[in-house]
Design a protein around this ligand. Structure first.
Ligand code: NAD
Length: 422
């Protein structure tokens, strides 16, 4: 199938490369020409395990274009994968969605055949029907259901495991507005044998928010319980192993630590809170999920100060900057409030990350970044903020380690070791 992807970021690029791997012809469209050039060279602009190999392998089926030059004459499906960043009030900002929808509408105006537009960006319930549909119909001069297909198909990939997740989905949600888009999406996802739910766009949109809100809640729950377990000298990990044995409770994501970050959970939980509040239904549980998540990283600093009460002028090492292992994404990383707090206390920071140093330099240009994890150990205390696998291979002997991610080698080897909730 001939597919175009508007927005070649984490979701667009991974989805497009995987769709090419499945045998489709894929054209990436983005406003960032550097991204497009690097995709065309076979060098992904982001890091995801296996992405470069898959991109290079499928390069003959992969094309790229600016929005202005995009030729939709043979396109059958066009995915919208642009960002939906938060407004100051927490609701999603649809400026990229509106622009890209208008551009797609213009580009398919003269297309003689039926084209299906698929919204993969995370948007609030009702957006596909009430915002995207009218813009698309106005600019394409075509009607959804007659000459145009429109569907909402949320993405559930996890950064760091994105290729694996796209190629091995637990479920696929297809929220079609019309028979034609339902049929196109059924064809696109035919290679996958997982559960598929055909529904309305509104339900599909809500499923994405509820999934993220539930997972974020699970993490904050694990952290609240973890804090209680720590105070009582109980191993929280063992507790959740036991809890997770209940068939009604899935053990995944019961991970205590310094909380969740990334471009999705904090943003999507806040969007759901703002959306419900605007409708006169202010949630009670979801704000608590965010506030636990905001406090958790600062617990690492409180623990550190038990060992070094005055941080002024002290050299503190940071292991990990990205919001999760095997990713170069620092959006909403839990280490950001930790670094800000250490700087405020006058500490001298030495930080290391295998993938995300350049990204963090944009936020904290003044701290010292080192090229190896070993170099970070040459400090008065080390804080572990991301569980990159290589941190398990370090020798922590004689070191003071405050751990936000439960790195076993540190727990075993360090002279002084304390975990955030263990
Ligand atoms: P991103 O910021 O990495 O990528 C968005 C891309 O869209 C950028 O490359 C940007 O240049 C491009 N863009 C903006 N305007 C454009 C236009 N007019 N035409 C073409 N391209 C344009 O964002 P992302 O992390 O890939 O997220 C995209 C959407 O998917 C968001 O709604 C997000 O909430 C959702 N989502 C993200 C993840 C994730 O793990 N990152 C997972 C599931 C869903």
């Amino acid at each position: 199938m001939k597919i175009a992807i508007f927005g070649s970021g984490y979701v667009g690029l991974v989805s497009g490369v995987c769709l090419a791997e499945l045998g489709n012809e894929v054209t990436f469209v983005d406003i960032d020409s550097n991204k497009l050039e690097s995709i065309q060279r076979g060098t992904p602009p982001i890091y995801e395990e296996g992405l470069e190999e898959l991109l290079k392998k499928n390069l003959t089926r992969i094309h790229s274009s600016s929005a202005a030059q995009y030729d939709s004459s043979d396109a059958e499906a066009i995915f919208i994968c642009v960002g939906t960043p938060p407004n100051p009030d927490g609701t999603p900002n649809y400026k990229f969605i509106r622009t890209v929808t208008a551009q797609i509408g213009e580009s398919i105006k003269k297309t003689p055949h039926n084209v299906t537009i698929i919204v993969k960006s995370t948007v609030l319930p009702g957006t596909t029907e009430e915002i995207i549909r009218p813009i698309l119909e106005e600019h394409s001069e075509k009607k959804v259901g007659r000459e145009l297909g429109l569907a909402m198909n949320p993405e559930f990939l996890k950064e760091g495991l994105a290729i694996h997740d796209f190629m091995n989905p637990d479920r696929i949600i297809i929220g079609s507005m019309d028979e034609y888009s339902r049929e196109i999406l059924t064809r696109i996802y035919a290679p996958f044998s997982c559960k598929k739910l055909h529904t309305t766009p509104k339900v599909a949109e809500m499923i994405k928010y509820v999934s993220n809100a539930f997972l974020a809640t699970k993490i904050s729950f694990a952290n609240e319980i973890g804090n209680i377990c720590k105070r009582n000298g109980i191993d929280t990990e063992e507790v959740f192993t036991g809890v997770g044995m209940d068939a009604r409770i899935n053990p995944a994501f019961f991970v205590s630590g310094i909380g969740f970050g990334g471009s999705c959970f904090p943003k999507d939980v806040q969007a759901l809170i703002s959306h419900a509040t605007n409708q006169g239904l202010p949630p009670k549980l979801l704000p608590a999920v965010l506030s636990i998540n905001d406090e958790q990283p600062l617990r690492l600093i409180s623990i550190l100060k038990k060992y070094i009460p005055n941080l002024h002028g002290k050299r503190i090492g940071i292991l990990g900057l990205s919001f999760k292992p095997c990713s170069d994404d620092i959006r909403e990383s839990r280490v950001i409030p930790i670094l800000a707090s250490l700087l405020e206390e006058g500490a001298e920071i030495m930080a290391y990350d295998p993938l995300a140093i350049e990204q963090m330099k944009h936020i904290f240009p003044g701290i010292t970044y080192v090229k190896s994890a070993e170099a970070v150990l040459n400090t008065e205390a080390v804080l572990i903020a991301t569980a990159h696998p290589e941190f398990e291979l370090l020798n922590y002997e004689g070191k003071v380690v405050i751990d936000g991610r439960r790195v076993r080698a540190a727990a075993k080897g360090a002279a002084i070791y304390e975990g955030v909730c263990w």
